[in-house]
Design a protein around this ligand. Structure first.
Ligand SMILES: Cc1ncc(COP(=O)(O)O)c(C=O)c1O
Length: 401
């Protein structure tokens, strides 16, 4: 006879949700309307957007919309299957060739999201008997991938090459030396906006014979003279020393999807073993078309990343003048640490009422006690919009203190 559970699933849900409410980390979806850009409707209110990752303001660019529509008209709305069955469109391969050419790598492979790229790449390349050495603030998708990979995982102190070296030295001296070692870092940390000290990380990793995987989700398109991301800031030798780079198509590139740059042999290895690549329908033609148009604009319009970084520097300077620290940010992601969950969310709501949207971020996206407004810039913000934001922050902060 069938046995009924002691509690309904809804009762379990209520219990879990009330624990989150008590902790101040209960989250709700917001209703967002309008064309992506600097001005949108959030929960029915007109707002200036200082949130999200449409950094270059390409997500509603006519060239991307046109390319998306053209690819859809030519190929349809879906790829029609996974890449290894019948979904490998010429479009995917064209984008991959263009990405490889842009980054100066032998090849590239497109994934459906950055989350899936990290999951697929890390679990395919690192196996039991290998070691992963991961920065303590790496993105959740890297943490989840490390758990799935079943290699031994070691976490080093954030951006601390000395801490990294201590772990690598210990691994080198251990009686059960790992077969392969992967050092994994974010290029730009998504909640603090700091850039990884890639030169020191690469130097230490290479000294110990480790491979380097760079997740540059927030650096691609926004950093470097040519938009090649955080690695470009450290010069060509460091760029070439990276074994794998994960980038996304859904942030600065205004489309959807992700990619990894690597050698031709590693690409083939991933095609054969990366489960999030193999067991998932391929990226839709429209997304691929838009991504190709975005890559073209990243090359053609350096003003976008220059304006973006100038805007970010201006916001950091204006916040500093009003007594707020945005350390350790040096990029378009500018944290305003509040600390308490409740105060952060009240500040966020107050700002929204004044017509500015900057999402409050709480645990588990950031460590407990470091809740913050995550302010992000776009290339198309004006200085007077940034001035108005800073004024609204100051007023709202005073009202909450
Ligand atoms: C550093 C980092 N890596 C990976 C991802 C995942 O990318 P996607 O949104 O394409 O899944 C993100 C997303 O926020 C990220 O910040």
């Amino acid at each position: 006879m069938a046995k009924s559970p002691s509690k309904t699933l809804d009762a379990y849900a209520e219990e879990a949700l009330s624990a989150l409410k008590q902790e101040g980390t209960y989250r709700q979806l917001r209703q967002v309307e309008g064309l992506q850009g600097v001005r949108m409707q959030i929960d029915g209110r007109a707002a200036l957007i200082f949130s999200g990752s449409n950094y270059l303001d390409l997500a509603a660019h006519p060239a991307l919309i046109e390319a998306n529509a053209r690819a859809t008209q030519e190929c349809g709305t879906a790829a029609g299957g996974s890449r290894l069955i019948q979904g490998n469109l010429t479009l995917h391969e064209s984008l991959e060739c263009e990405l490889a050419e842009f980054f100066g790598t032998e090849s590239a492979l497109v994934f459906n999201t950055g989350y899936m790229a990290n999951l697929g790449v890390i679990t395919a390349l690192a196996s039991p008997g290998d070691a992963i050495v991961s920065d303590s603030l790496n993105h959740a998708s890297i943490i989840d991938a490390c758990r799935l990979a079943r290699a031994s995982t070691h976490v080093f102190a954030h951006s601390d090459a000395t801490s990294l070296e201590a772990i690598l030295r210990e691994l080198a001296q251990s009686t059960k030396k790992p077969s392969k070692i992967f050092v994994i870092v974010d290029g730009v940390y998504s909640m603090d906006g700091d850039v990884t000290p890639l030169d020191r990380i690469v130097e230490v990793a290479k000294h110990y014979g480790a491979f380097v995987l760079l997740d540059d989700a927030h650096g691609v398109g926004t950093l470097g003279k040519n938009g090649r991301g955080s690695a470009e800031l450290f010069g060509e030798a460091i760029e070439r020393a990276i074994d794998l780079r994960v980038g996304t198509l859904g942030k600065s590139l205004g489309s959807f999807g992700a990619f990894v740059t690597c050698t031709q042999a590693v690409r083939e290895w991933l095609i054969n073993t990366a489960r999030s690549f193999i067991f998932s329908c391929a990226l839709s033609p429209g997304s691929v078309g838009a991504a190709r148009a975005a890559l073209h604009l990243v090359r053609k319009e350096p003003w976008r990343r220059e304006r973006l970084q100038a805007n970010a520097a201006y916001l950091r300077q204006r916040l500093a003048e009003t007594g707020f620290s945005s350390a350790p940010s040096t990029t378009q992601i500018v944290p305003l640490i509040v600390g308490e969950n409740a105060k952060t969310m009240k500040l966020c709501e107050r700002l929204l009422k004044r017509g500015f949207f900057a999402q409050g971020i709480r645990h588990p996206s950031v460590p407990r006690g470091t809740a913050r407004l995550r302010l992000t810039l776009m290339a198309t913000h004006t200085e007077s919009e940034i001035d108005a934001l800073v004024e609204a922050i100051l007023d709202s902060w005073r009202a909450e203190s």
